[in-house]
Design a protein around this ligand. Structure first.
Ligand SMILES: Cc1cc2nc3c(=O)[nH]c(=O)nc-3n(C[C@H](O)[C@H](O)[C@H](O)COP(=O)(O)OP(=O)(O)OC[C@H]3O[C@@H](n4cnc5c(N)ncnc54)[C@H](O)[C@@H]3O)c2cc1C
Length: 376
């Protein structure tokens, strides 16, 4: 065998895994069907939020804490700034999923979380125009990651430790064989001791035998130039998540001339095929975000200066799948990051490296078991 492990898919999760495996001294081959730095998957678009009081489930909190450290380790190894600390404001009615969730995560894990009543919220963040029913929760253990730089840094780190990374080389199929795994790519038949599948929105076809209930959802983060740029600087304006009856919105302060980043979370059709997705950003994409800004952040609702398309890969319960392949002991898989996985990439890389080399991991990833879907 030329390689100990093949990593199929070099987005955030595959690049992180290749970096961990290479640093552990394994012979690693990473494959991606698209160019380096492509914008067709899920790991591009300038920034990603990292936060700790995890409304989605308290079990994510230890992983968030570890992720901060691992991102900072990568910064040191690469000599590069990747993560900027910035407060994160959650806004919703006291009984909204968001406010209940951040409070529950904070209480379970003893996190520091500042609760703001409607008056305090208005005083602290006058950029928002919110009703008397809206409360806030601010955490400081949060920030944003420069997503494109992070993925590149993970790939550089993997390569520096000896991994071979090939782009524009789609894996067409794979199978177990005595002593390992065979992978057929568009150009070559390869073999390795083990395989990690991190194919993002294309996980479903390449893991067809698992019949995972994954869907793909098109998302369009947009940038709006505020009327008064200084009010939306990161020293005055937080990362925000706003849970409204009509949908959830999030955003990031103004970091460059494009303005603040703002987007509607979820709320688009769930599709089966990632290649069907329209890549064009239209006025229809802008409309709900602009309506949100006009009502709740009126001074941010200036011209829309930029936008991109990006894909979520969803599981029915919106929790990840990170596990060994139930039918192939030398295969580990990670998929279905449901629009909130990026921050965890270095942790997922560690867990996948454990799973594929030793069959088990100490990382607390029970929530992500593939067996919960009982598909195989
Ligand atoms: C708009 C948007 C905003 C988000 N915001 C946040 C956020 O604020 N915080 C957060 O934590 N997360 C966020 N996420 C989620 C996060 O970005 C994703 O969970 C994460 O990037 C998923 O990474 P991945 O490696 O699984 O997938 P991808 O990055 O899509 O990587 C999969 C790779 O596999 C390759 N591939 C697929 N099939 C094959 C094949 N057969 N052969 C070879 N290569 C193959 C693809 O080309 C691709 O490069 C957001 C996502 C989007 C879309």
């Amino acid at each position: 065998m030329t390689f100990d492990v093949i990593v199929l898919g070099l987005g955030a999760m595959g690049s992180a895994t290749a970096s961990v495996l290479a640093r552990r001294g394994l012979r690693v081959l990473g494959l991606d069907r698209h160019d380096r730095g492509h914008t067709l998957g899920s790991s591009h678009g300038h920034t990603r939020i990292i936060r700790t009081a995890y409304y989605e489930h308290p079990d994510y909190v230890p992983l968030c804490r570890a992720a901060f450290g691992l991102w900072h380790d990568l910064e040191q190894r690469r000599g590069q700034h990747l993560l900027t600390a910035c407060p994160c404001l959650s806004v919703g009615t006291p009984d909204s999923e968001l406010i209940r969730g951040v409070r529950s995560a904070a209480e379970t894990h003893g996190l520091s979380l500042e609760l703001l009543d409607p008056g305090q919220l208005r005083n602290r963040y006058p950029q928002f125009r919110l009703g008397d029913d809206m409360t806030g929760a601010v955490e400081q253990a949060s920030g944003f990651l420069y997503v494109d730089d992070c993925v590149r840094a993970l790939q550089d780190d993997a390569a520096r430790h000896g991994a071979e990374l090939r782009f524009h080389e789609p894996a067409l199929e794979w199978k177990s064989q005595p002593g390992g795994i065979a992978v057929k790519t568009a150009w070559e038949n390869l073999s390795a001791g083990a395989l990690v599948v991190t194919a993002g929105p294309w996980a479903r076809p390449i893991l067809a035998d698992m019949n995972l209930p994954l869907t793909v959802m098109r998302q369009t983060p947009l940038w709006f130039r505020p009327h008064r740029a200084a009010d939306f600087r990161r020293d005055r304006f937080p990362i925000f998540l706003v849970d409204l009856p009509g949908g959830a919105f999030y955003g990031i302060p103004m970091l460059d001339s494009r303005g603040i980043k703002a987007a509607l979370h979820y709320a688009a059709p769930e599709l089966e095929n990632a290649d069907e997705v329209s890549r064009e950003v239209t006025l229809e994409d802008e409309q709900p975000v602009r309506a949100f800004l006009r009502e709740y952040l009126p001074n941010a609702a200036g011209p829309c200066t930029d936008g991109s398309t990006c894909l979520y890969t969803l599981t029915p319960d919106r929790h990840f799948v990170v596990d060994r392949h139930p039918g192939h002991e030398r295969v580990a898989i990670a998929a279905g990051f449901s629009g909130h996985g990026f921050k965890f990439a270095p942790v997922i890389g560690e867990a996948l490296a454990d799973l594929v080399t030793t069959g088990r991991t100490e990382w607390p990833i029970g929530l992500f078991s593939a067996r919960r879907f009982q598909t195989i």
